[in-house]
Design a protein around this ligand. Structure first.
Ligand SMILES: Cc1cc2nc3c(=O)[nH]c(=O)nc-3n(C[C@H](O)[C@H](O)[C@H](O)COP(=O)(O)OP(=O)(O)OC[C@H]3O[C@@H](n4cnc5c(N)ncnc54)[C@H](O)[C@@H]3O)c2cc1C
Length: 566
């Protein structure tokens, strides 16, 4: 177990190292040269130097046994430094995941021990030229090699596409089809027949090595089959999605904040029309505050999911991981794009970094499952819960928020309840009108579900902060009153989005005949959702004041009172 103090020391070492070895000028130069700083990645992995790998290796194998919560914070910090380098380090983490979750005890001891002791680099070879989102379409094969009727090894043939660390890793975990189905194999980089292409010339994360791999009659001993049983590969991959997607969510969060943390001080200094941009409400309330709100709402969901994974009682939480990834990476991408706008012409140049961050963070919406695949994952799972509970799943969640509102009237739980009730009605309409036969409706539901669930999570986080019960390691960037204001602003957006966009799509799919339109609209609680927008600008003003360290006009309590008088 990692204590708060040890974690803070690790985060500080990372920051100090980056300041010394990866200052802006160096990052810009490496980005322009399209170069992966392999020596830096190895230094960061080396147990005698920075030893980042140790954090995610269990203690019994020589690591530090970091929890999901610890690793999320490390991932966020790495992304704040550079998402390419972060991806390189993460690749070892991903590459060793099938081992952590699916290997035999001997394999775990050998391979996880090797990562901890030697700081070797791994790559994770799942994607193929024709098997991306649909991994089941993989064509790489692993044929048994038998001796006296006993399987002694495998011959692997095929190719892999877009593999992070593909050109620099010491070992690669390769997903290949055995006679009994997809399985993971551990392959040494130098094995005969195992080659990689030149690194890809990418839009962003240019400090990360991404390469295609070719496997021509690559022979591995039978003990390289992860878990020792064929056909477990997809299952082993799925077992870790909740966890790995929380980490990519942390990448979106870290990169989004890295961009905002440049836009915020810039706007405090940049004078236009006689005053700093930070004092122009049309600027802060469009380019800064909404991004902060969405990032912090996503953080609530990340932290809640990380805690639940660490509690170990609810399985792998793949859907929650998908919601965290979808919300945080979309928020990070938007924050970086708006940060370019916030810096005007300077934002459009290399020197000011936000342009690079924006190119970098874009990948988080693609790898480890695209945003569209996240929407599908979320929607399919929650659709089953909607059916199983006869439409009550989100009404129940809304009632939990109403109860929270009675205890903490200032944290926006009543607004989250509006979003969740509206969602339940939209899903029920989709059921009765059989609208999920349209794939687009199914995926749009995924997005609305993510927003509604996130609003509940943000309210719970604000309530915990009020009670002084936030996780002691939580990265709380603002005070309790600002967390409550963030929750209220986000929940207003979520409720409006769920009701308006839900209505838009169910009507668009022919699910609401004219005669039923008024009744259906009433069931969504639209008038209440519109009334709940009262206080929005005041909350945004408050968040901007806190952010820019301005004297807050009213005390936190007075402000919460005012926001409640709607
Ligand atoms: C820089 C980089 C690093 C990467 N690192 C690794 C790595 O280390 N290891 C690894 O194994 N992979 C890696 N990947 C691969 C990555 O995970 C895939 O690119 C991703 O899963 C998407 O697959 P694809 O590119 O084949 O796109 P496709 O699956 O072809 O998708 C193309 C588009 O279609 C959409 N789409 C796909 N299926 C559906 C559907 N059923 N319904 C609706 N829309 C759909 C997608 O959302 C996307 O917008 C990396 C990729 C990149 C670019």
């Amino acid at each position: 177990m990692i204590t708060k103090k040890t974690l803070q020391l690790s985060l500080k070492s990372l920051r100090d190292f980056a300041k010394k070895r990866l200052p802006d000028e160096e990052l810009i130069a490496l980005d322009e040269r399209d170069e992966c700083p392999e020596e830096i990645v190895r230094h960061m992995s080396n147990p005698n130097q920075l030893g980042i790998q140790l954090l995610f290796i269990p203690e019994e194998y020589g690591g530090m046994g970091g929890s999901t919560f610890d690793v999320y914070l490390i991932c966020e910090q790495m992304a704040r430094i550079d998402l390419g380098v972060a991806t390189s380090l993460f690749a070892t983490f991903l590459g060793s995941d099938p081992i952590t979750f699916g290997a035999t005890p001997e394999q775990k001891k050998k391979w996880l021990g090797k990562i901890a002791e030697e700081g070797i680099l791994f790559a994770y070879g799942a994607t193929e030229p024709e098997a991306g989102s649909d991994l089941g379409a993989l064509k790489t094969t692993a044929d048994r090699v038998e001796n006296d009727g006993k399987v002694v090894g495998y011959k692997i043939n095929g190719s892999k596409q877009w593999i992070s660390n593909g050109g620099i890793a010491d070992y690669c975990t390769i997903l290949a089809n055995t006679p009994a189905g997809p399985s993971w194999f551990i392959v040494d980089a130098g094995t005969k027949g195992f080659t990689h292409d030149e690194p890809e010339d990418k839009h962003g994360i240019r400090l990360s090595n991404t390469a295609a791999l070719a496997l021509n009659d690559v022979y591995v001993e039978a003990d390289r089959l992860v878990g020792g049983v064929e056909g477990q590969g997809l299952l082993q991959a799925q077992m870790v999605f909740g966890y790995t997607r929380v980490m990519v969510a942390a990448f979106g969060l870290g990169a989004g904040w890295a961009a905002l943390d440049r836009a915020i001080p810039y706007s405090a200094k940049r004078i236009q029309a006689g005053a700093p941009l930070s004092e122009k409400q049309g600027y802060t309330h469009k380019l800064i505050v909404p991004n902060l709100v969405r990032l912090e709402a996503a953080r609530s969901y990340i932290e809640e999911t990380a805690e639940r994974i660490d509690a170990g009682t609810e399985g792998s939480l793949n859907t929650e991981g998908a919601i965290a990834k979808f919300m945080a990476t979309e928020a990070g991408d938007k924050a970086a794009d708006d940060s370019i706008q916030a810096l005007g012409g300077y934002g459009y140049t290399h020197e000011y970094m936000v342009e690079k961050i924006s190119r970098d963070v874009r990948i988080t919406r693609i790898y480890e499952g695209t945003s569209e695949i996240m929407e599908m994952t979320i929607s399919r799972d929650r659709w089953q819960l909607h059916l199983k509970t006869r439409g009550l799943y989100y009404h129940d969640k809304a009632m939990e928020c109403e109860e929270l509102h009675r205890q903490h009237p200032q944290v926006g739980a009543d607004l989250a309840a509006l979003a969740l009730h509206a969602l339940a009605e939209i899903m029920e309409k989709a059921r009765t009108a059989r609208l999920t036969r349209y794939q687009h409706i199914l995926l749009r539901l995924g997005e609305l579900i993510a927003y509604a669930e996130c609003s509940g999570s943000a309210a719970r986080r604000a309530a915990r902060a009020c009670d002084g019960k936030l996780n002691e390691k939580s990265n709380a960037r603002v005070d309790v009153a600002a967390l409550a204001a963030i929750s209220r602003v986000f929940a207003r957006e979520a409720a409006l989005k769920v009701a308006n966009e839900g209505l838009h799509w169910v009507i668009g799919a022919g699910g609401v005949p004219d005669a039923e339109s008024a009744a259906f609209q009433a069931s969504l609680g639209l008038p209440a959702i519109h009334r709940a927008q009262t206080g929005l600008i005041a909350d945004m003003d408050y968040i901007a004041d806190v952010l820019y360290g301005r004297a807050v006009k009213a005390s936190a309590e007075e402000h919460a009172e005012a926001a409640l008088t709607r």
